[in-house]
Design a protein around this ligand. Structure first.
Ligand SMILES: O=C(O)CCC(=O)C(=O)O
Ligand SMILES: [Fe+2]
Length: 390
């Protein structure tokens, strides 16, 4: 399929609708127990002191029930009564545990929104918005020519790929969505991807700003088409850094991403859902989070735009209630001392790598890592992998 045909096919249409999430008591119980661990601790002390386990258990149970009912009433009104909301599989529900501060993440706005900039904006201008919201949108991050060329280069794979996860693992099948087409290896398929999306000046500068606080260099985590199909429910909310729970840190980012819009992103066609400010929630894995509507922002952006976002910000693909696919292309970097999601150098062969700019080669794993302290990893017989191209 030619790029022009594909572009026409990608036009979004307006469809109304939404889905509901049922409130379940066991979720409230999880919140109570996780939010007030001291309840259990205090009771344990009582048990020891009184040597009366039975009485104490009854007391804890009774107290928990009261707190549970209280939370149920409060949360039912303020948090869970969400008409247009996100699908959260019950076994993935993990409400944030330390406090209920996620309810207050919208600072001075009545509805959450991401700041939108035009290409040409300085990095200094977008950093404050990233600090505040954890994500920003930049229009024309890709030129029309670059967008069309990438679509053209990827169109054959797009045409031949079937929706659904290739992982064969239930939890990932759920995360990927059975109506969503995903594929990687983009640098091997499209030189335009390398020149415009991988080496994108804004993505690189923002990644330098954030990632280099925690590593000497970073590399490609994954370059991935994420084409959300018609009728795909919303992906559960998550943090991308959840992929490396052992490495997560309060102090710095370990991954940073861009979601490029290859077609228009709308609220109806699965435009990415972002919870501005959620990057500041304490470090911890978040899989599935119920959020009131005023906390939810949508990456509504025309084709060619990109949303650059923190690995800590809570987000997920939106529900696609239109008849068309939403074509997104995700590019993320990860700290050079961590193992990326995609094994790029096993996909981009040496011959192809040799044709690419040196920085692109390094980002794709055809280069070694030199830590701040002098440690060296990913070497080829003690030498930097870069020297394979001398
Ligand atoms: O497709 C999207 O909009 C976001 C997908 C996403 O966040 C992910 O797969 O990690
Ligand atoms: Fe994500």
């Amino acid at each position: 399929m030619r790029a022009s045909q594909r572009t026409r096919k990608l036009e979004a249409s307006e469809v109304d609708g939404g889905t509901n999430v049922d409130v379940v008591v066991d979720v409230v119980l999880v919140v109570v127990v996780e939010a007030f661990p001291e309840i259990a601790d205090v009771s344990d002390v009582d048990v020891e002191e009184q040597d009366n386990e039975k009485a104490s258990n009854t007391m804890v149970k009774s107290f928990s029930e009261h707190v549970c009912i209280f939370f149920f009433l409060v949360f039912d009104v303020n948090t869970f009564d969400v008409q247009e909301t996100l699908r959260v599989p019950r076994d993935k529900q993990k409400l944030f545990s330390s406090d209920a501060s996620f309810l207050k993440m919208v600072h001075d706005k009545s509805m959450a929104a991401l700041e939108i900039f035009d290409n040409g904006v300085s990095i200094e201008q977008i950093i404050p918005a990233l600090e505040r919201d954890g994500a920003v949108i930049i229009r024309d991050l890709l030129s029309t020519e670059a967008t069309n060329q990438i679509i053209e280069d990827l169109s054959e794979t797009l045409e031949t790929s079937t929706p659904g996860s290739k992982s064969g693992i239930e939890s990932w099948e759920d995360f990927h969505g059975d109506k969503t087409v995903r594929f990687c290896g983009l640098a091997a398929k499209s030189r335009a991807f390398v020149d415009h999306a991988l080496l994108n000046e804004y993505l690189i500068k923002v990644s330098d700003h954030y990632l280099l606080k925690g590593c000497a260099d970073y590399w490609l985590n994954t370059g991935q088409v994420m084409a959300v199909g018609s009728s795909e429910p919303a992906q559960y909310l998550h943090r991308d850094e959840d992929n490396w729970p052992e490495a997560m840190s309060e102090d710095h980012e370990i991954t940073f991403s861009c979601m490029y819009a290859l077609s228009d992103f709308t609220k109806e066609n699965g435009g990415t859902v972002v919870i501005p400010g959620s990057q500041n929630l304490p470090t911890g894995v978040i899989r599935g989070l119920e959020v009131p509507p005023e906390e939810i922002a949508y990456a509504v952006m025309p084709a060619g735009s990109g949303m650059i976002y923190s690995g800590k910000v809570v987000h997920g693909a939106g529900a696609n209630i239109t008849e068309q696919m939403r074509y997104g292309m995700h590019v993320s970097f990860v700290a050079g001392w961590l193992r990326p999601e995609e094994a790029s150098p096993l996909v981009i062969d040496k011959e192809t790598a040799a044709t690419l700019p040196p920085r692109a080669r390094q980002l794709l794993g055809w280069g070694s890592y030199h830590s701040v302290g002098g440690g060296r990893t990913w070497l080829v017989d003690f030498d930097d992998a870069e020297h394979l191209f001398d």
